[in-house]
Design a protein around this ligand. Structure first.
Ligand code: TMP
Length: 218
């Protein structure tokens, strides 16, 4: 078993993951840990090109759900082998903003692809590389929509194909995350993302601390 720790953050748009990944990385680094921060899709040069194709390319309007599933997992297969496995083997703490639960939620529940087939594709992409802990940041749909609107109004407009999906799609994604979290309570921890960021951060630290001491010198 590798020496490192692999922690993933999941949730719907605007759940506050990215802020919390940064805060946790800073805290771990301040304690002397070697920390690797990643995002999906992306995280490698190949993955970032795939991310552009998935989200922002001007040519991506006709993308099918099947192609979307495979591209997400092509990016993931690269990230796992190029970065995650070597980092874990070197004893680093790897934090990823999204991982395969997003595929189950978005492509499985959201796009309504067959869940068994989605699982097979994920298994092929990640092999035995699985998160030790997954933090599922939950926010109600209204909070998610409001945060998304305010983010879109402050940043220069960049088209995002996935964010263009309709409300029903995001309701299925949210229900999907809830189902995934309920199925794997040992790995996936529910965090109320609607609280002020400082409180979310405190809760996350309690959960992360729990998995750190199992690692000898920590
Ligand atoms: P984000 O980095 O801003 O969260 O954007 C990533 C988008 O990609 C987000 O809309 C969720 C979506 N996504 C999937 O649909 N499937 C996946 O497997 C992953 C990792 C992300």
């Amino acid at each position: 078993m590798s020496k490192g720790r692999f922690i993933t953050f999941e949730g719907t748009e605007g759940c506050g993951k990215s802020t919390q990944v940064k805060l946790l990385a800073e805290r771990l680094k301040a304690l002397g840990h070697k920390v690797r921060v990643l995002r999906e899709p992306g995280g490698t040069p190949i993955g970032e090109e795939i991310r552009h194709t998935l989200k922002h390319s001007q040519q991506n309007h006709a993308m099918t759900a099947e192609a979307e599933l495979l591209l997400m997992n092509a990016s993931r297969a690269q990230l796992v082998r190029e970065i995650i496995r070597p980092a874990l083997a070197a004893g680093e703490i790897v934090l990823s903003d999204r991982f395969y639960d997003s595929t189950t939620a978005y492509q499985g529940y959201g796009r309504e692809l067959d869940l068994e087939q989605v699982k097979s594709v994920i298994d092929f992409a990640v092999g035995s590389t699985r998160p030790h802990l997954t933090l599922f940041l939950h926010v109600p749909a209204e909070v998610s929509e409001e945060r998304l609107r305010s983010r879109q109004s402050t940043l220069p407009f960049v088209r995002d194909r996935i964010e263009e999906a309709d409300r029903k799609f995001f309701e299925r994604v949210a229900a999907g995350f809830a189902a995934i979290a309920a199925n794997e309570p040992e790995r996936i921890k529910f965090v109320n993302g609607a609280q002020p960021a400082e409180n979310v951060c405190v809760r996350i630290w309690e959960l992360v601390e729990n998995i750190l001491p199992k690692f000898g010198r920590w």
